[in-house]
Write a protein that binds this ligand. Structure first.
Ligand code: 13P
Length: 249
């Protein structure tokens, strides 16, 4: 069965709650489609107003992060139950900005991925190399390590429902999109790695996004590649252009 595309926005630390409602109202008619899953991952404080604003549309609301404990003395963190209680179905885990600025590691990513599955939340698991790693020719080795650790103790049935976002760090927010061949090469390698760790059926089912300066003019070529099942979009997800990305065909 063909994989359904999944096109997600990562709002990062943008949009106040009232701006979030306004943006969703603007984008709602522009992102209407049955052909792809459309997810807006928004700042924690925007989740509830965003869910309200998106009601009755095809937009699903996701979180940008979550903690790996159930509850307790973890000042400032958001628990999985807090997300499921309001109807959140997706959470971005291990974005490179969280790894760089908030000390996330492959190990904490794995704990969060396991916790998300435990609560029935679909993780969007991020991976991606630096420019130095690409230049040194270690991209695939590095990504395979990130994926293998992120999926430690995750069952095949869980992995089948996961989303992986391949986001080369050098392409994030730089306007420098990876070429569709570069993106496809790594996404294919990620799928091969999943096949190795699990089996062909799991590798065929898992959805792999590309992220990094995706815009309305690059989306169609990227998403046409056999191993690219959609995108994780930063800057362009905050603009009406996101409608063009979602309806890229
Ligand atoms: P940009 O689309 O702004 O490059 O951001 C990509 C990203 O980090 C999405 O998670």
């Amino acid at each position: 069965m063909a994989r359904k595309k999944i096109i997600a926005g990562n709002w990062k630390m943008n949009m106040t709650p009232s701006e979030a409602v306004e943006l969703i109202n603007t984008l709602k008619p522009l992102v209407a489609t049955d052909e792809a899953d459309v997810v807006f991952c928004v700042p924690a404080i925007d989740i509830i107003p965003a869910l309200e604003a998106a009601k009755g549309s095809n937009i699903q609301i996701g979180a940008e992060n979550m903690y790996f404990e159930e509850k307790g003395a973890f000042t400032g963190e958001i628990s999985p139950a807090m997300l499921t209680d309001v109807g959140v179905k997706y959470v971005i885990i291990g974005h490179s900005e969280r790894r760089e600025y908030f000390a996330e590691t492959d190990e904490t990513v794995n704990k969060k991925v396991l916790k998300a599955f435990e609560h029935g939340i679909t993780p969007i698991v991020c991976c991606g190399e630096t420019l130095t790693q690409r230049e040194q020719g270690v991209t695939i080795d590095f990504i395979r390590q990130q994926i293998k650790v992120a999926f430690l103790n995750v069952t095949a049935d869980q992995a089948k429902t996961a989303v992986i976002a391949y986001e080369p760090i050098w392409a994030i927010g730089t306007g420098k999109t990876a070429t569709s061949d570069q993106a496809e090469e790594v996404c294919a390698a990620i799928r091969a790695c999943i096949a190795e760790v699990y089996d062909e059926a799991t590798a065929e089912a898992i959805r792999i996004q590309y992220g990094g300066s995706v815009n309305a003019s690059t989306a169609a070529e990227l998403f046409a590649k056999p191993n690219i099942d959609g995108g994780l979009v930063g800057g362009a997800a905050l603009k009406p252009d996101f409608g063009k990305i979602v309806n890229y065909k």
